[in-house]
Design a protein around this ligand. Structure first.
Ligand code: SF4
Length: 321
C-alpha cells in the first residue's frame, strides 16, 4: 500500500500519507528511528515505484475520502525511509498537483546538497528538514549516516534551499524538526548551535520532538520536561515560532471551553509561563486549583527556567506525523 490515511496530524491537519520508499531504505540509521535499524543504507537516488502507480493509489484514496466526506489538507511524503532517495519525487509531486491538495515532504535533508534534490523539494508546498545537530560527532552518533555523507555539504544545501524556498514570493512553507535525545544532543551548548543555524534557515516553524515510540536502540531516552523547556527557550530566543511534538495531539488553537482540556492542549505545544496560565484561568473564570489538580493527576508538570516558573504537558507516548 503506497497511500495511507487520511490521518490527523498536528502539523498538517488531515494528512494522506504517501509511502514512496519500501521499508526501510534510508541514508541514515538514526538511533531513535521508530522503524528499527536501516535494512538498506544507500545514497544513490533511484526509482522505486512507477510514478503513475503512486498517482493511481493516491487518487483512489482521495476519491474514497471525498465519498465519505473526509477532508484532506495535505498529501504527505512520509515513507518508511528517506523520500528524496526516490529519483521520481519531483515528477510525482507534479503528477499529484492537479488533485488540488497541498503537498508536503518530511525529509532528513541528507541529500539536500544535491541540486536535483533541492529542485524536487522546491515543488512541494511544505517541507520539513531534519536538524538534530550541526556537530559532526553528535550527528554521527544520533543519525548514523551513510559513510559517504558529509555534514558540511548537508548544512550548506539546507541554507541554499531555505534561501530559495523562502524567497519572495514565498514558494512554500519551511519547517524544521529537531529530535532531542537525552545525553546526546540536549545540552545547552549543542542547542545554542542548532538555534543559530535554524535562525539562518528562518523556518516558518521549528519543531522540537522526542522519541515517543520504541527506538532502534534501547539506550535512546527522551529528555526530561525540564530539558525540553530549556531547549524551547533557547530556540525561542532565535526563532519566532517554536513548537514541540511530545506525542500528544494538542491543538493550541481550537478551544473546547473545557478549561482542563484547553490548558493541556496549549501546554502540549509549548510551555506556558505562570503569568500566562493565571491570565488564561481568569479569562475562563476559574482559579489555580485546576493547575494543582492536573499536576496531581500527573498530566501537567511544573518546571523552572531563568528564574521563572513554566507549565507543560507531561510527556506521553504516541504517534506524530
Ligand atoms: S531518517 Fe527517518 S527513516 Fe531514516 S533512519 Fe532516521 S528516523 Fe529512520
Amino acid at each position: 500500500m503506497i497511500a495511507f490515511g487520511p490521518v490527523p496530524s498536528r502539523r498538517l491537519g488531515r494528512s494522506l500519507g504517501i509511502n514512496n520508499i519500501p521499508p526501510k531504505v534510508c541514508t541514515y540509521s538514526c538511533a531513535y528511528c521508530q522503524l528499527g535499524r536501516t535494512i538498506k543504507m544507500q545514497v544513490d537516488r533511484r526509482a522505486f515505484y512507477q510514478p503513475e502507480e503512486i498517482l493511481k493509489d493516491v487518487e483512489e484514496k482521495v476519491k474514497r475520502a471525498r465519498e465519505v466526506g473526509e477532508s484532506i489538507d495535505y498529501l504527505t511524503f512520509v515513507p518508511d525511509g528517506e523520500p528524496t532517495l526516490d529519483i521520481n519525487l519531483g515528477h510525482e509531486i507534479e503528477l499529484l498537483k492537479p488533485l488540488g491538495i497541498k503537498i508536503a515532504v518530511i525529509t532528513n535533508a541528507s541529500l539536500i546538497g544535491r541540486e536535483d534534490v533541492r529542485d524536487d523539494l522546491m515543488k512541494a508546498d511544505w517541507v520539513s528538514l531534519k536538524v538534530d545537530s550541526i556537530r559532526e560527532d553528535v550527528w554521527r552518533r544520533i543519525n548514523r549516516p551513510h559513510r559517504t555523507l558529509q555534514l558540511a555539504s548537508i548544512l550548506d544545501g539546507m541554507l541554499e534551499f531555505a534561501k530559495a524556498y523562502g524567497g519572495k514570493p514565498r514558494c512554500g512553507e519551511l519547517a524544521t524538526e529537531t529530535m532531542l535525545v537525552e545525553g546526546v544532543n540536549d545540552s545547552d551548548d549543542y542547542l545554542k548551535e542548532v538555534a543559530d543555524f535554524l535562525a539562518q534557515l528562518r523556518p516558518a516553524r521549528a519543531y522540537l520532538s522526542i522519541p515517543t515510540r520504541p527506538p532502534a536502540e534501547k539506550w535512546v531516552q527522551p529528555p526530561s520536561e525540564e530539558v525540553i523547556n530549556q531547549a524551547y527557550q533557547l530556540l525561542g530566543k532565535r526563532i519566532d515560532h517554536v513548537e514541540y511534538l511530545i506525542g500528544y495531539e494538542g491543538n493550541a488553537f481550537a478551544f473546547t471551553s473545557n478549561v482542563e482540556e484547553d490548558l493541556l492542549s496549549i501546554t502540549a505545544v509549548h510551555p506556558m509561563r505562570e503569568g500566562a496560565v493565571r491570565k488564561f484561568l481568569s479569562r475562563a473564570e476559574t482559579d489555580w486549583p485546576v493547575v494543582h489538580k492536573l499536576i496531581e493527576e500527573n498530566q501537567l508538570v511544573e518546571t523552572e527556567y531563568g528564574g521563572k516558573r513554566f507549565y507543560m504537558r507531561k510527556l506521553h507516548g504516541g504517534d506524530e506525523l
